[in-house]
Design a protein around this ligand. Sequence first.
Ligand code: ADP
Ligand code: ASP
Ligand code: MG
Length: 238
Amino acid sequence: MAIIVKKFGGTSVGSVELIRGIAKRLARDYHRGDQLVLVVSAMAKTTDNLFNLAYEITRHPSRRELDMLLTAGERISMSLLSLSLMEEGITSISFTGSQSGIITDNHHGNAKILKVNAFRIHEELAKEKVVIVAGFQGVSTAKEITTLGRGGSDTSAVALACYLGAEKCEIYTDVDGVYTADPRIVPKAGFIKEIGYANMLALAYSGSKVLHPRAVEFACKYQVPVEVKSSFTFAPGT
Ligand code: ADP
Ligand code: ASP
Ligand code: MG
């Protein structure tokens, strides 16, 4: 049975209604027999709002405490998605980055994933559960909670796909794939059906936030196929 990792970004899980809709779609995939590992971002604007709360208190927040605060966003969406799947009759379990075994360096706010000790995920998949992982976070070698940099849930998803030996990593977002330029800024930008790792890396480094650069680096290193697609239509993407 193939493991498929599916990541849902902030806009895609921006309301309870959207989360319910995703759970209904996923119920169909689950019944097709794939082992599903889902990675979620925080609900739209949540991470920004958490940042603002900290900066209301101090202009120089401790990086450690900021990471403790920011990682709360993904806890909300992971548990709401898990509850929604349970409503669809699917057994699921949500894990923080730390519970998922995502080990990072000690660089608070922009930590690098060093490895994934995914045994808890494998145990739960073996029980036919859908596993939901909080994106954007891990635990450092110094046993502290870390975040992976803004947009870092993409990296959580691709890194998990690499370490789990997944067949594929699907990045569900608010556009239907990768374009030659940001389609919100350049309406005539062309849709790219297929793109190699090197070209995607160049796009990511040039600031196109559709994929986090470190996610592309992981995908290239481990040769994991990644598909960027719409969370609203689930139609084939890039
Ligand atoms: P998510 O919350 O799902 O991670 P992001 O906002 O991080 O979504 O990334 C998706 C956004 O990336 C799109 O809404 C789009 O405006 C922007 N974007 C920038 N460059 C590109 C590009 N070349 N192709 C597609 N989308 C792009
Ligand atoms: N929630 C985090 C952010 O807003 C991570 C992500 O969305 O990928 O940057
Ligand atoms: Mg993003």
